[in-house]
Design a protein around this ligand. Structure first.
Ligand SMILES: Cc1cc2nc3c(=O)[nH]c(=O)nc-3n(C[C@H](O)[C@H](O)[C@H](O)COP(=O)(O)OP(=O)(O)OC[C@H]3O[C@@H](n4cnc5c(N)ncnc54)[C@H](O)[C@@H]3O)c2cc1C
Length: 440
């Protein structure tokens, strides 16, 4: 292999694993360049715990340069791919333009929050996709409980202690489960709320007939039971008709007064994919079973951004999960190396190994290898799985979990991320943002 340049765009589950595998298989023979807006890989499944104050934000972010020794990191957001000249264009965090040529390109740009055309949602809801959103939400929940404790008007107090999560997939379910624990703990510390016996109200809405609609029914039943015990109101078959600064109108006409609308309705592929002018499937870039883009044998795609044929379910595409993304990253790496003369190509094939949903405290719903588990055993399996799956920070994460089981949560707002800097319709949620005046 002569010094070919392999450019990987996006350092999420797929891109990180592709870079790691290539740094072993193509080390010395090819230059491996990883382009990402941030200098860390974000372990997204732990984000609800960051929002709930269980984990410090740096625990979920694994240093790219610290863990990928033979990979050149380019900090930037790619906005142009020239498939003819084999070049990409990007903007770095200080707004400067850059360009890079490539011999092989791996596109692993993931996904962004999905917006629905519901009046007021873009202005009044907050998404949950990156660290800024998690930090904003942690402060916001703390602030609402503190302001509720200061309010004389019972109506304002009730609105500030009401939290509405839209979307009961794994993100929304985990956010509601962890969020309710945090706000309960904060409310218990507020003399005014304690005196009023006011317990924060959490609503979890989904148009589907059950929580976790895309997962196994066992997980759904366990999550439903835990959430109900925790006092979360679950409204299935329900959606939002309109959002205002004072609350949300549901499609049954009910108006819920709240200052907190958390939008977890799902994701769509990163907008970079649409701009390529290549065939897509529901917005995901079409690839063959070798993760190659048809007609462009030098371009590979994997993870949420790619429509990868699911060899275990003919006619379908692999779901957008971390489990698939990281394995696809490794397969893409293998096939990139093979295309440069190292090793043999392999088609992507992976049987789903089950799922884990962390519900906070010792609770989780899990079906590892499709064995249904619930309660503390599921909680232990879920945490063990995350520790094994994380490429770094394991001791720090475990230490935070240990501290959380022994000490009360810290209820302080740092105000580092303001409402205006985490807009729901942001197309690049990981870009470092300059804090703006809080309008939330
Ligand atoms: C809160 C939350 C919890 C989740 N929990 C689970 C779970 O428990 N289990 C599970 O299986 N899945 C879970 N998922 C889904 C899982 O995280 C995704 O399926 C997975 O991250 C997809 O990996 P990816 O590499 O395709 O994309 P990502 O991990 O999203 O990574 C994409 C990377 O590309 C970068 N990027 C984007 N655009 C550009 C660009 N133009 N230029 C350069 N870089 C770019 C991004 O900054 C990011 O670093 C969760 C998702 C969320 C949001």
């Amino acid at each position: 292999m002569s010094r070919a340049r392999i450019v990987i765009v996006g350092a999420g589950f797929a891109g990180y694993q592709a870079a790691r595998a290539l740094s072993r298989s193509a080390r010395g023979a090819a230059e491996i360049v990883l382009v990402n807006p941030t200098d860390y890989f974000l372990y997204l499944p732990l984000l609800p715990e960051v929002a709930a104050g269980v984990l410090e934000p740096r625990r979920a972010s694994v240093s790219l340069t610290g863990t990928l020794k033979h990979v050149r990191l380019v900090l930037g957001q790619v906005d142009r791919v020239d498939l003819t000249d084999r070049r990409i264009g990007y903007t770095d965090p200080e707004g400067r333009r850059g360009e890079l040529g490539y011999d092989r390109l791996v596109l692993s740009v993931g996904s962004v929050s999905k917006l629905l055309p519901v009046p007021g949602v873009a202005e009044h809801a907050h998404g949950f996709r990156g660290l800024p959103e998690a930090l904003y939400l942690r402060d916001h929940m703390t602030r609402q409980i503190e302001l509720a404790g200061m309010a004389d008007d019972p109506r304002e107090r009730a609105a500030r202690t009401t939290f509405v999560v839209v979307g009961a997939g794994y993100t929304g379910t985990e956010v509601a489960a962890h969020g309710a624990m945090l706000t309960d703990a904060l409310a218990r510390r507020s003399p005014a709320l304690r005196e009023d016996r006011l317990r924060p109200r959490w609503l979890l809405l989904d148009i589907a007939p059950r929580v976790l609609p895309e997962l196994d029914e066992h997980l759904s039943r366990t999550a439903h039971r835990v959430l109900r015990k925790r006092g979360v109101e679950i409204r299935t078959g329900a959606s939002v008709k309109e959002a205002t600064a004072d609350g949300v109108r549901l499609d049954d006409g009910d108006f819920v007064e709240t200052r907190s609308l958390i939008w977890c309705v799902g994701v769509r592929p990163d907008p970079l994919v649409a701009g390529l002018g290549l065939p897509t499937e529901r917005g995901r870039l079409c690839v063959d079973e070798y993760l190659t883009v048809p007609g462009h044998p030098e371009v590979f795609a994997c993870g949420d951004a790619a429509a990868v044929p699911d060899a275990t379910r003919p006619g379908e595409y692999t779901p957008m999960t971390a489990q698939h993304a990281q394995r696809q990253g490794r397969t893409a790496a293998r096939n990139v190396a093979a295309s440069l003369g190292r090793g043999a190509c392999l088609p992507y094939r992976h049987h789903d190994l089950g799922f884990t949903v962390d519900l906070g405290g010792a609770q989780a719903a899990a079906n590892p290898l499709h064995v249904p588990l619930s309660g503390p055993l599921a909680g232990a399996v879920t945490r063990g799985y995350h520790l094994l799956a994380m490429p770094g920070n394991r001791v720090r994460v475990a230490a935070d979990w240990l501290l959380e089981s022994a000490l009360p949560r810290q209820g302080v707002q740092l105000g580092l991320v303001r409402s205006g800097s985490v807009p729901l319709d942001s197309e690049s949620p990981e870009l470092p943002r300059v804090p703006m005046e809080d309008r939330g």
